[in-house]
Write a protein that binds this ligand. Structure first.
Ligand SMILES: *Cc1c(COP(=O)(O)O)cnc(C)c1O
Length: 391
């Protein structure tokens, strides 16, 4: 029987400790002495040896990877220095010139850049398709895709992608399917159970959970993960020992934090939906979300991120964001503190207004990442910021 995520996260890596200590040590050493020549050649030849040289593996990486693989129901996992380190290692590890890679019309900014700029430079053909149109996605995959990248719910519009349909289409085409599960976390959604081949994470967000580390992970079948590892050691996005240690510590409380963030986001979404100064609320847990039924089929909770469109556009949204007291004006998400980002202001230097609209970034859109404070305090903060602007 598989242990519940709650128990797995507390005990799932204990056998890797080896010395009876409950709290894991930090291993700063990047190199490890071998007992003799035979052990040395074993270290150098075996993939992902945890005690050889840190770029190849690390004792704390192994512990964090064991937990993430367990949560996702994967055979194994690979730790990387960041979420983009994980996504780049997957793409560069599995694709070659001439291959077709299919992604979504909207993605995390770094993933979009990978598909529109970096991969094409190496001769990979890429197609980005509106992910809410499952038929369009399936037919693009059917055109001979080698890799399919999805991200659900997506940043920042909270649109949902049909994991089971994408996985089936990818399997039929002989493509490898990859899901970025950062927003949902394996507590709310396990893409491998829907037939997806690989899961990637920005562990910087919910897995770490305290806005104090940067890390990433790839989870899936051993044969695929070893192929990616082969490129990852050359690309060099290696997770540092101290960030790996912080991540392991942060992950122990993941189910508690995610449950609270889910509850807070639902309370915030319901509060905002009733407010006269709000034009629209995007949250997959609301009945008004156009893909609420799909979200309900593939998620057991709806996550901590809510996008809200403030009536009147750019300036009222800017004043609302500036008036918040508990929600810090900061990028990132998934930590204990609540954060707010005025999306149009953040992308103003990068995208023009037409590109923003295409990515679903309306001028009045504000992304709220709910932390683990009390829900009443969060809604009171939103109320005072909305009222400030009305006066
Ligand atoms: C933050 C984020 C990333 C990138 O992760 P880093 O750890 O910042 O490299 C990728 N995907 C999603 C959905 C994210 O939120």
């Amino acid at each position: 029987m598989r242990p519940s995520p709650d128990t797995l996260l507390i005990h799932g890596d204990a056998e890797l400790a080896g010395d009876g200590s409950l709290a894991p040590p930090v291993f700063p050493s990047v190199t490890h002495a071998a007992a003799d020549a035979a052990e040395f050649s074993d270290m150098a030849s075996r993939p992902r040896h945890p005690r050889f040289y840190t770029r190849y593996g690390h004792p704390t990486h192994e512990r964090a990877a064991r937990l993430i693989a367990g949560l996702e129901g994967a055979e194994t996992a690979l730790m990387t220095a960041s979420g983009m380190g994980a996504i780049s290692a997957v793409a560069l590890g599995l694709l070659k010139a001439g291959d077709l890679a299919v992604g979504q019309a909207s993605h995390y900014m770094g993933t979009t850049k990978l598909f529109t700029e970096l991969l094409p430079r190496f001769g990979v053909r890429t197609r980005l398709v509106d992910q809410t149109d499952t038929g369009a996605l399936v037919s693009a995959i059917g055109e001979g895709a080698r890799l399919v990248m999805v991200e659900t719910p997506v940043n920042p519009t909270m649109a949902v992608t049909d994991l089971a349909e994408v996985a089936a289409a990818a399997r039929a085409a002989g493509a490898i399917s990859v899901a970025d599960n950062t927003f949902a976390t394996p507590i709310n959604q396990r893409p491998l159970e829907h037939g997806i081949d690989l899961v990637v994470h920005s562990a910087t967000k919910y897995l770490g959970g305290h806005h104090d580390l940067i890390a990433g992970a790839v989870a899936g079948p051993a044969a695929l993960v070893e192929r990616i590892w082969d490129s990852a050691i050359v690309l060099g996005a290696t997770l540092g020992a101290f960030d790996a240690w912080l991540l392991l510590r942060g992950m122990r409380t993941l189910p508690l934090r995610v449950a609270r963030a889910n509850d807070n986001a639902m309370a915030v979404a319901r509060f905002l939906e009733r407010h006269p100064r709000v034009e629209a609320v995007h949250y997959p847990g609301l009945e008004s979300h156009p893909q609420h039924a799909l979200a309900g089929r593939q998620m057991s909770g709806f996550g901590g991120v809510v996008a809200v469109r403030i009536r009147g556009g750019y300036l009222p949204a800017a004043r609302f964001t500036a008036s918040l007291r508990l929600f810090a004006n900061a990028v990132s998400l998934g930590g204990v503190e609540s954060l707010a980002v005025h999306a149009a202001a953040m992308w103003a230097g990068t995208l023009n207004e037409a590109q923003m609209r295409e990515a679903g970034v309306e001028p009045g859109l504000v992304r709220l990442a709910c932390g683990i404070e009390a829900a009443d305090d969060l809604t009171a903060d939103l109320a005072q910021a909305l009222d400030t602007d009305a006066g």
